[in-house]
Design a protein around this ligand. Structure first.
Ligand SMILES: Cc1cc2nc3c(=O)[nH]c(=O)nc-3n(C[C@H](O)[C@H](O)[C@H](O)COP(=O)(O)O)c2cc1C
Length: 339
């Protein structure tokens, strides 16, 4: 028992160790995995306040950025807040190296976005509409194309001294697990960090992540590897660290409606009080209303996230039902106060 307590303390100390990637210093080993619809700038800033070292935007189409060079449509997805976020990466998806080159130039020439810490390339998205274009996890079946894409981004990003990372899966399916060799190929063309979601494309988000794949990736490359898949708390991080020896830990679904998960992991004394729960949701909604300049739209866009904030609460299903009907912040807060 005593040994276990010591080991948890050791992993907590490790989690607090900064990670250096060239000139970039990531303040600790915890990351928020990119989550379309959740990991926008306000939520990421809240996660940063609760200690997460590295966050990433949701996937944004490289070609979409090329068609929208002034970023009128895409800025909302690319937005970063360098004053309130720790280290933040922008994630691009696509299949054409020329799109990635141009999109990276547009981002790194933008007055605010050029403050981004890192560019991340999505090679894990399993959605049909993405993989049928040869993007996302389909790139794991085309290592040559994947290398050309990383080269294209690295060539531009190097000029701005920004590292490039790649997020991959275990492979396309159970018969083609290639993450270790694939990660090495990404390192060979200049990737400086790899995140491995230890599921195959065919698993989508179901079944258990196979952390052994992360272990093999760690052995194959000399750049830092972040493990991802089924992490929820300090115990799961402890087990992943023991099993894989990875350099960092990316949490996805367990952070939805739960930005405190990072504080709970990093600080054994952290305890969330109901008042703080209310204040954070209030702030999240208020900032979203300000961002979108429309109360009803903001609340409607946030319904899934609001529902996630209710996870584990008494009367959650009744409150979720009420939230589906509400259109103003004051109605929402009344519901939350009644829980
Ligand atoms: C709703 C949702 C949206 C996601 N969006 C992205 C994304 O934009 N980019 C990406 O690389 N991965 C995305 N992912 C995958 C997560 O980053 C992560 O790899 C996956 O959820 C496994 O981690 P977890 O078990 O901690 O959730 C998404 C996952 C979910 C559930």
């Amino acid at each position: 028992m005593q040994k276990n307590v010591l080991d948890i303390n050791t992993i907590r100390n490790f989690l607090q160790t900064p990670l250096e990637i060239g000139d970039l210093i990531i303040k600790n080993r915890m990351a928020l995995a990119p989550l379309a619809g959740t990991s926008e700038v306000i939520f990421r800033s809240i996660c940063s306040e609760y200690g997460v070292g590295l966050t990433t935007t949701e996937l944004v189409s490289a070609r979409g950025i090329c068609y929208d060079p002034e970023l009128k449509r895409n800025y909302q997805y690319l937005a970063i807040d360098p004053d309130n976020e720790n280290t933040v990466a922008i994630q691009l998806f696509g299949h054409d190296p020329a799109d990635f080159k141009r999109a990276t130039e547009i981002i790194l020439q933008h007055p605010i976005l050029q403050q981004v810490s890192m560019l991340d390339i999505n090679m894990g998205c399993p959605m049909k509409k993405v993989v049928k274009t040869g993007a996302g996890s389909a790139l794991m079946k085309s290592p040559d194309s994947a290398q050309r894409i990383v080269e294209a981004v690295v060539n531009v990003a190097d000029q701005y001294k920004k590292p490039v990372s790649v997020k991959i899966r275990s492979g396309w399916d159970q018969d083609s697990i290639n993450a270790p060799e694939f990660a090495k190929l990404m390192e060979d063309v200049g990737a400086k960090l790899i995140t491995v979601h230890a599921r195959t494309r065919n698993q989508m988000y179901s079944g258990q992540a196979d952390w052994n794949v992360i272990k093999h990736v760690v052995k194959q490359v000399s750049i830092p590897v972040y493990g991802n898949g089924d992490l929820t708390d300090i115990d799961s991080i402890f087990r992943m660290y023991q099993q894989t020896n990875c350099s960092g830990f990316a949490i996805g679904r367990a952070a939805q409606g739960n930005p405190w998960v990072f504080a709970e992991i990093l600080n054994p004394n952290f305890e969330l009080k109901n008042q703080e729960w209310l204040e954070v949701i209030d702030r999240h909604v208020s900032d979203m209303i300000e961002k979108l300049s429309n109360e009803e739209t903001a609340i409607s866009k946030m319904r899934a996230q609001l529902s996630a904030y209710l996870k584990g609460k008494r009367n959650a299903s009744k409150a979720r039902h009420q939230i589906m009907q509400c259109t103003t912040k004051s109605q929402l807060l009344e519901i939350l106060h009644s829980i």
